[in-house]
Design a protein around this ligand. Structure first.
Ligand SMILES: Nc1nc2c(ncn2[C@@H]2O[C@H](COP(=O)(O)OP(=O)(O)O)[C@@H](O)[C@H]2O)c(=O)[nH]1
Ligand SMILES: [Mg+2]
Length: 458
């Protein structure tokens, strides 16, 4: 049974890829999508495709030899993931047998799919919007339960719906403002009209809330980098091991033990954290250690949070020296948190850390580590409760900030010039920014960039 090439995007070629992970498993799936998906599958199975029915059948190569047996499952356009005719050939999940099946499908007329091409076709055929397509990739890549739950919410369209609702309000307000400009004779004095200001207030407030939720989503996806810095022997490597729960870094009482960057990935209640242990910062003539110190300063540049370790058992003068380190840091936007370590030993006089916040811990006994973890989470604005959080990407956040800036500028313009034209223009820009998120207003370059980062078969 063949069917017409009913694709909105007008794609004429049929793509194929192994949709299951490489390696061995009970089942492996080759997925086909495009106008010739049915005839190509039929050339392999010698069995007519029946829509949404699993058919047990043999799979043949182009010479007619049986290479595997499995299920043929057909979906007719537009009722498929991509919106095109789709067939899944579900065979056995061995790398060689999957490869043979894929080769046969390609020999029968399909083309190997590019990374993300199935999702791209789903987007082009209006089956999903751009942020949903991204959510599929994010769901697959989720490294924590919270990330997966948020990605599913975005995949189901909750994020897009939210953004569209905001956008509709912006568009409505713009129409109102433009009506006032177009019909001045009606003397809609919208400056004295409370409705305009209330609507603007409301919009800005909602946008601020959305930015907060989105920020949480980007944290879930991208996590933060936390660099442990300080003088030699302050206990950086001990703290690294305490935080990561394993002996990642070598700990000795010898100064200059850590000479290279040691990274560990951990999760704090779902917040992905890249921990970076560095060489102790000091002047040294040792070439290897010198390079270590240079790398430490490089790592500090990448940090969102810097834990500056100070040995609480050292003399007041030494502590002051350890505290003065940030003056030597390269300029960063990072938050510096002073960690007073070794509090299990005799602690010398109260340390005055000025504007820097301090937290006492013992990297040896684990005292204060729980509080430190909590503080790290709150510092970056992370809430463990992911209820209502959408999985989001940095580009979503940037678009929201763009919309926010436009609203703020529009409001200022209105206050200063008392004219609606400038506000209308800023509202138009806010609208465009939000449309970038769902992909209704995105350049081909951006689309190409997003989909090419997906893996093959997705
Ligand atoms: N008593 C005590 N010793 C610690 C503590 N943290 C680290 N040390 C010791 O201090 C020395 C230097 O620790 P290390 O983690 O290698 O410091 P780093 O040079 O900053 O990486 C080692 O002998 C550790 O056992 C602590 O909280 N209490
Ligand atoms: Mg060390």
């Amino acid at each position: 049974m063949t069917s017409p090439p009913a694709t909105v995007s007008g794609k004429t070629d049929t793509i194929a890829a192994i949709a299951t992970p490489s390696g061995r498993g009970g089942i492996g799936i080759v997925r086909l999508s495009g106008p010739a998906a049915f005839p190509i599958a039929e050339a392999i199975t010698h069995t007519s495709v029946r829509i949404r029915t699993a058919q047990l059948t043999d799979f043949h190569d182009s010479a007619g030899t049986v290479i595997d047996q499995g299920l043929q499952l057909g979906f007719q356009a537009p009722h498929s993931f991509t919106g095109e005719n789709v067939v899944e050939l579900q065979g056995h999940g061995g790398p060689v047998v999957m490869d043979l099946l894929l080769k046969s499908v390609l020999a029968a007329g399909a083309r190997l799919a590019r990374p993300g091409e199935f999702s791209e076709r789903a987007f082009l055929n209006d089956k999903i919007d751009l942020s949903q397509a991204e959510a599929i990739a994010d769901l697959i890549d989720s490294a924590s339960e919270q990330a997966a739950r948020s990605a599913v919410r975005s995949l189901q369209g909750q994020f897009s719906d939210h953004i569209r609702a905001l956008d509709q309000q912006i568009v409505r307000l713009r129409m109102y403002v433009e009506a006032a400009i177009d019909f001045p004779e009606e003397e809609i004095d919208f400056l004295s009209d409370g409705k305009l200001w209330t609507a603007l207030d409301d919009l800005q407030e909602q946008l601020a809330r959305t930015i907060g939720q989105t920020q949480q989503g980007t944290l879930l996806k991208e996590g933060i980098t936390l660099v442990l810095a300080g003088r030699p022997n302050a206990g950086k490597s001990s703290l690294m091991n305490q935080l990561s729960g394993r002996d990642a870094s070598i700990v000795t009482e010898i100064e200059g033990t850590t000479r290279d960057i040691v990274s560990e990935y951990i999760h704090l209640d779902g917040l992905p954290l890249r921990l970076v242990d560095t060489a102790g910062l000091r002047h040294t003539e040792d070439l290897v250690e010198k390079e270590g110190v240079r790398r430490a300063y490089e790592a500090i540049k990448t940090a969102e949070v810097i834990l500056l370790l100070v040995d609480a058992s050292s003399s007041a003068a030494e502590q002051a020296d350890q505290l003065a380190l940030p003056e030597q840091f390269p300029p960063t936007g990072a938050t510096v948190l002073v960690v007073l370590n070794k509090t299990d030993l005799v602690v010398h006089a109260e340390l005055d850390t000025g504007t820097l916040e301090q937290l006492p811990v013992s990297a040896l006994t684990g005292d204060g580590i729980g509080a430190l973890k909590e503080r790290i989470k709150s510092l970056v604005g992370y809430q463990s409760q992911s209820e209502g959080t959408f999985m989001a990407r940095r580009r979503h956040l940037q678009a929201l900030h763009k919309a926010d800036t436009a609203l703020r500028t529009g409001r200022e313009q209105l206050e200063v010039t008392q004219a609606g034209e400038l506000l209308a223009e800023e509202l138009r820009m806010a609208h465009e920014a939000l449309c970038e998120i769902t992909g209704e207003f995105s350049s081909d370059d951006l689309l190409g960039e997003i989909f090419s980062s997906f893996c093959i078969g997705k």
